[in-house]
Design a protein around this ligand. Structure first.
Ligand code: G3P
Length: 220
């Protein structure tokens, strides 16, 4: 399973990219708005910072404007992936872009039925939102498991991207469910690396190492 950052912050992207595990980035209009900068400048910086797929979201709702915006976004860089919403117009535009060889991410997916539609248009990525389902007392992980199961049985090639992840166990369970990609905010990414026993163990190793150095200096 590839690990993506769900952010438009170049500082967060640069920090995690140094770890050598960053497979790509997902952005959405809310995340870009948080940067309070020219969206094209924000996207360009991200596209050149990370080699993997970078999802850039359309904001037009009608077919022609959404299609034109999608083509513009795709032309920004070879690693650009165009996000379209799970709406009838989003499917129409997504299919058209896909047929033209543009990689499409169908976003705002909340059910296996919607995920089937995304696969049928040949989308590159489908993005089920787990956390937002949990927020309304539904079972986001159950939806993800069903989507992964259907894609396996049907032989769909669309990549399942588990989105709206809120904590490390969402990432672990998404991996177990068979998601191809997990996208998460910076806060969840940095939680993945942490374990109290790692800190305690490292402190003890360093203490013992220092004691050895002290003993060796005494003997010299
Ligand atoms: O970017 C799509 C998705 O990951 C958004 O997550 O945390 O706003 O529900 P969230």
């Amino acid at each position: 399973m590839k690990l993506f950052l769900d952010t438009a912050s170049i500082d967060e992207i640069r920090e995690i990219n140094r770890w050598g595990v960053l497979g790509g980035v997902t952005t959405n209009p809310s995340l870009v708005a948080k940067e309070a900068d020219d969206p094209a400048r924000v996207w360009k910086e991200i596209l050149s910072e990370v080699e993997g797929p970078i999802s850039l979201e359309t904001t037009e709702l009608e077919i022609e404007p959404m299609y034109e915006q999608g083509v513009d976004l795709a032309q920004m860089a070879p690693n650009a992936v165009v996000k379209v919403p799970m709406t009838p117009n989003g499917l129409t535009v997504g299919k058209r872009l896909t047929d033209e060889g543009i990689k499409v991410n169908v976003t705002l997916v909340f059910s296996p039925a919607q995920a089937i539609l995304a696969a049928e248009i040949g989308a590159y990525i489908v993005s089920p939102f787990l956390g937002r389902l949990d927020d309304v007392a539904a079972d986001g992980m159950d939806a993800l498991r069903k989507i992964c199961g259907i894609y396996e049985v049907q032989g769909y090639e669309t990549n399942v991207l588990a989105a709206s992840l809120r904590h490390p166990m969402h990432v672990v369970d998404a991996a177990l469910a068979g998601a191809d990609i997990a996208t998460m905010p910076y806060s969840v990414f940095t939680q993945l690396v942490k374990h109290p026993l790692t800190d305690v163990g490292l402190e003890k190793f360093l203490q013992d190492w220092k004691s050895l150095q002290k003993e060796l200096r005494k003997g010299a």
